[in-house]
Design a protein. Structure first.
Length: 436
């Protein structure tokens, strides 16, 4: 379950307000509390009846010991009472199972309340925490910058047309230097995270089962956005957060194991890539893309600082790439269902003159851990407590690629390769022609 029943009973008003702040249905809280009351009543009635049945069984034995005939009227009357109690217990148990299943489902549909310092509202309430770099314009340097889709087509490094022929719109094909740029970014991101940030690299499966998707909150909130392998009841992952966070599902960790910091590359698959034609050109909204993810398991008292640290690791990558960016503290209705607090990192793309999200860094506190039953012992022999989980993109590739192409394009249409990527690409520029 996402929200524990005890917390639901103790903090119902705050949880209800948290749902309202996120634009979710607060009546789910009331329904869950109503069913919990019924659940506890059924448990009490069932225990009373079982005690009565046990007492009747004892009286049957005493009656027979006292000389009553096993098939006589006295014993028959007692047995009738026991049978009636058993039938009522059976009915109670059946209703109890239904009620408990519904409570469990409702608890999964109650969103994680936002932290107190998260602004309330929609997009207009987002707060710009800081910015970095020069925000170039389309006409910078006296010549007009092109959008990334024109550059990709002219350089023959991104082919959306053939991708659509193969799989449908939203599945771009990278080729030549475009493919090499993808691989370079993935390798460089992982090298920085493992060699400098001390993270353990994970290469996870690209599919997960229902339990895993439920654990991180994709189900029941976002199942319509996931591709389903129906024959095997598996889901293509929307991000490696899902498989990596589930590495420690149903485990009790020792305090000495924390913190645990993972970095993982994976392809990502999302059915909802855009709406009403928004951002359909180029690679800004696609159904399949590549991403390197950071996943953290922390002690509860350290997750707030860990969020700031993780966000900083993503920022360093953008700074070394020389891409102007801003950090936004996202308002309640811009948070996901499971996030308690989230920073979005957006790079400036001068070819389209827009901010593009390339990373979301989130603290889930104990919300996911409760769903996945991930606990730790604060000290040897102590009662296990829930860990805090966090994750962040470090980084998502399509929009980083778009920003690189638009930022580093030259008047002749070539692209200057950022310094940090040159050892990985083995070239300084991406140009038109056979040597591209």
């Amino acid at each position: 379950m996402s929200v524990g029943l005890r917390r639901l009973r103790d903090d119902a008003d705050a949880i209800r307000k948290g749902a309202i702040d996120k634009g979710e249905d607060p009546t789910i809280v009331d329904r869950a509390l109503e069913l919990d009351t019924r659940r506890r009543t059924l448990l009490g009635d069932g225990d009373t009846l079982k005690a009565e049945r046990n007492a009747v069984s004892k009286r049957v034995g005493e009656a027979i010991k006292g000389g009553a005939k096993p098939d006589g009227p006295e014993v028959a009357a007692l047995k009738a009472v026991s049978v009636a109690a058993g039938a009522r217990i059976e009915a109670i148990d059946a209703e109890l199972a239904t009620v408990e299943a519904e409570v469990e489902d409702l608890l999964l549909r109650i969103p994680n309340p936002a932290d107190p310092d998260v602004p309330i509202g929609g997009e207009e309430a987002n707060v710009t925490v800081r910015t970095w770099g020069e925000k170039m314009s389309v006409g910078a340097d006296g010549w007009t910058r092109k959008p990334h889709w024109e550059l990709g087509e002219a350089l023959d490094i991104i082919d959306n047309v053939r991708g659509a022929k193969i799989a449908g719109s939203g599945f771009p094909v990278y080729k030549g230097a475009g493919s090499a740029l993808q691989r370079a970014l993935i390798n460089w991101f992982l090298d920085v995270h493992t060699r400098e940030n001390g993270m353990t690299e994970v290469w996870p499966p690209a599919v997960v089962n229902t339990a895993s998707a439920t654990g991180t909150g994709q189900i029941p909130d976002k199942e319509d956005q996931m591709y389903v392998v129906t024959r095997d009841e598996l889901y293509l992952i929307p991000t490696s957060e899902v498989p990596v966070s589930n590495l420690h599902r149903d485990e009790i960790l020792e305090s000495s194991q924390l913190p645990i910091h993972y970095a993982a590359y994976s392809p990502c698959f999302r059915r909802e890539a855009g709406a009403a034609g928004k951002d359909t050109r180029g690679i800004l909204r696609v159904h399949q893309f590549d991403k390197v993810e950071m996943v953290l398991f922390e002690r509860p008292g350290e997750s707030e600082a860990a969020l700031e640290w993780m966000t900083g690791r993503a920022e360093i990558l953008l700074q070394r790439l020389g891409l102007a960016y801003r950090v936004l503290l996202m308002a309640t209705r811009e948070l996901g269902f499971v996030q308690a607090k989230k920073y979005d990192l957006e790079v400036w793309a001068p070819g389209v003159e827009r901010w593009l999200e390339v990373s979301s860094c989130s603290n889930f506190r104990d919300y996911q851990a409760r769903r996945m039953a991930i606990r730790y012992r604060p000290e040897p022999g102590a009662k296990p407590e829930l860990v805090h989980t966090l994750n962040g993109s470090g980084l998502a590739l399509p929009r980083v690629v778009a920003a690189i192409l638009e930022t580093y394009q030259q008047p002749d249409g070539s692209i200057t390769v950022p310094d940090v990527l040159r050892p990985y690409l083995g070239r300084d520029t991406i140009e038109q022609g056979p040597t591209r």
